[in-house]
Design a protein around this ligand. Structure first.
Ligand code: HEM
Length: 260
């Protein structure tokens, strides 16, 4: 029993981050100008290091300030995240439950939300099919659920405080509690919301995401600082396996170590 639990935790903790950082590299390499993306992240890292010379390199505070690096990963998780189904739940009520439209879900039925479609919905993400690495650095102020909350990377907020209510005709988002100031702040990689489900959302959202985010940001920041990436002519197509979406296994990305 213990081995079984460790096996699934190992998958949750290691493969998920490997898949995500691989996807991010593929997204960057197949963007129109990978060099410009790397240079923006490089400039961000170097300016942080030079303006805080006494700080220990790569501590949590430094990572929290790397907004472009953070956004490049979040945007890849939006467009090519491996979690295609979000907030999976099992009906526990002995008699099942009946939804507003009469659909009956028996005890034991599994329900969830199609994260893939939500992440590619133009209503929430303009140019939803395009990888825009710095989309979340300064999201335009709007009343859309994923873009309206004052959630700063440095503030450490990890969920958006939206009030959802489901009516027969639509899902409404009452954001009055969170929209008060209208300031534009970045949406952090770890911030979950009804429209960003890569780590799921709600009480059972991934508890390892804070660790994973720092690990992936360290990796991407290191690559941006020390390597150039050869552009790919097109984004290698992801593959479906067991309801999840993963990068292909046979793609080569050529990198070159930068001269100091
Ligand atoms: C990019 C990396 C990761 C992604 C995309 C990811 C995604 C997810 C998702 C979608 C869930 C399901 C939540 C739900 O049931 O609604 C989950 C759960 C979980 N994750 Fe992660 N995860 C990542 C990294 C990690 C790491 C590094 C750890 C541990 C160090 C971890 C530990 C867990 C655990 C223990 C759960 C179960 C939580 C529960 O059932 O309450 N994950 N993760």
């Amino acid at each position: 029993l213990i081995t079984k639990r460790f096996a699934s935790l190992t998958f949750a903790a290691i493969q998920s981050s490997v898949i995500t950082i691989t996807n991010t590299l593929l997204d960057i390499a197949s963007s129109p100008d990978p060099q410009a993306i790397l240079e923006t992240m490089r400039a961000e890292i170097l300016s942080d290091i030079s303006s805080n010379p006494s700080q220990p390199p790569w501590d949590k505070a430094v990572l929290a300030r790397l907004r472009h690096v953070d956004s490049a990963i979040r945007e890849s998780m939006r467009l090519n995240g491996f979690v295609a189904r979000g907030i999976m739940k099992t009906v526990m009520a002995p008699g099942g439950i009946t939804l507003w439209d009469g659909t009956h879900l028996p005890k034991g039925a599994k329900v969830g939300i199609q994260a893939y479609s939500v992440h590619r919905d133009e209503d929430f993400y303009p140019n939803a099919q395009t990888y825009q690495p710095f989309r979340f650095v300064s999201p335009p102020h709007s009343r859309r659920p994923d873009q309206e909350t004052d959630t700063a990377i440095a503030s450490g907020s990890d969920t958006e405080s939206l009030h959802l209510s489901c009516t027969p005709s639509k899902l409404t988002v009452d954001s009055t509690a969170s929209i008060s100031s209208g300031r534009k702040k970045p949406l952090a990689l770890v911030t979950t919301s009804p429209t960003f489900l890569a780590f799921s959302h709600g009480p059972n959202a991934c508890p390892g995401r804070f660790f994973a985010a720092n690990q992936m940001k360290l990796t991407l920041a290191h690559i941006a600082l020390y390597y150039d990436i050869e552009p790919l002519p097109q984004r290698p197509e992801s593959r479906w396996f067991v309801g999840s979406l993963g990068p292909p296994f046979d793609v080569m990305v050529r990198v070159r170590r930068r001269r100091a």
